[in-house]
Design a protein around this ligand. Sequence first.
Ligand code: ADP
Ligand code: MG
Length: 498
Amino acid sequence: MTSFPELGEAAQRFVARRGKLLINGAWVDALSGKTFDAIDPASEAVIKTLAEAGPEDVDLAVKAARQAFEDSAWSRMRPVERERLINKLADLIERNTDELGELESIDNGKLQFLAKVVDVHGAVDSFRYMAGWATKIEGRTLDVSCGFPGEEYQAFTLRQPVGVVGQIIPWNFPIAMAAWKLGPALATGCTVVLKPAEETSLTALRLGELIIEAGFPPGVVNIITGFGEVAGAAIVAHPDVDKIAFTGSTVVGKLIGRQVVDTMKRVTLELGGKSPVIVFADADIDQAIAGAANAIFFNQGQVCTAGSRLYVHASIFDKVVAGVAAIAKSLKIGAGSAPDSQLGPLVSQVQMERVLGYIAKGVAEGGQVVTGGKRHGNTGFFVEPTVFTNVGADATIVREEIFGPVLVATPFSSEDEIVAVANNTDYGLGASVWTSNLGTAHRMARRIKAGTVWVNNHMSVDPNLPFGGMKQSGYGRENGRDIIEHYTEIKSVLIKIQ
Ligand code: ADP
Ligand code: MG
């Protein structure tokens, strides 16, 4: 196998180990013996061979998770001990930041320094925040009027873990999304079968090793690598899984939403977006230009809340578009591991072709390319940061999520007009408003239909801040108190006092 000089020693050792599945606390091959490869999207080299799980492996993982949920050291563990274990895991992740960041960068293509600061640290923060919830779960006592006159009742609710959770993770922020999903599951006492995206399995596997090192009992977290249509679908279909937590494309989210009804699984879906960035004439223009560029080019545009529709007040449209295009042109394209890279490759050949296909469609539908528009180089899945203007409201690149560094800029002239235009989308995940007027900021925050509205910033997330989508961007919220509710069931208890 190729050696990877961009990886430190620990990461080198990790990629040299053959990838296995984590089932019931042990690392095992797929029962079929099948494997697939993790690819470096910058060089197209094979990084590591991974086990390709089938339905029979998923079944073993679900059985282990069920056993751990119903009758194990985990199911008997005091909340304060769960908190301690989650915090220990956070400490281990933090201690291994460099290794995890290097693995994330080579596997996904993202910039290595951002992988460490944003992805790995985001995962650490998320686990630490969720650890605190383990000891803060509560039901209510309720006054009731039931029964016959003279009878007395005591009523209360218990909030209990939902059970075995199937967690299906996307490839754009692999370790951070795994943390967003695992944290609330572990805090509430659930058990998990987690499947990373086939494009990016490395950090989930390393996380599995750290989960064992932290001391979680066997079966609490099982990690299955493999393909969505096979291993993912088997998790979704499995009758003994109580809940599916999914982050990914709207197409697959809808498929899962339909399937879970058969077994009445609980479900949370965090799906696509087509988030508007709205710049008013009174905005700090330099800040808005830098913010708009970052909103679409950060992580190569592979962000569900990417600011892919830029709307600028007509009076400053040319200036803002020229500013964003100048930033796009200046970005140094290169491997995520190169210290001077500012834009990495897309995650896979499929994704690169998808994005180039959208660019071609934008041109065919009459859009004007201000900058970019092409593949960069012949090796690696690099696409130039691209800015379009003159695109009609019904054009494909305005309506569909591209998940790449492709921006569509359009002028507007009034607040009422831009509210209608911004909300004219199937999606409702995020939006940002750039203005120095407090009234505009508050009115827009109320009028935009999106799970998150940012003012004078775009894309920041926090473990305490609910995150999720309205409309076709999904069901439920992640983070904060809200996610705890999605990982627990309410049970009413009614006691007749006698
Ligand atoms: P993309 O189209 O960019 O690959 P997906 O929504 O397909 O995005 O992938 C997100 C996650 O969903 C991945 O972990 C993938 O393996 C998984 N997945 C894809 N198809 C299915 C499916 N039919 N059932 C369950 N999981 C799936
Ligand atoms: Mg897919």
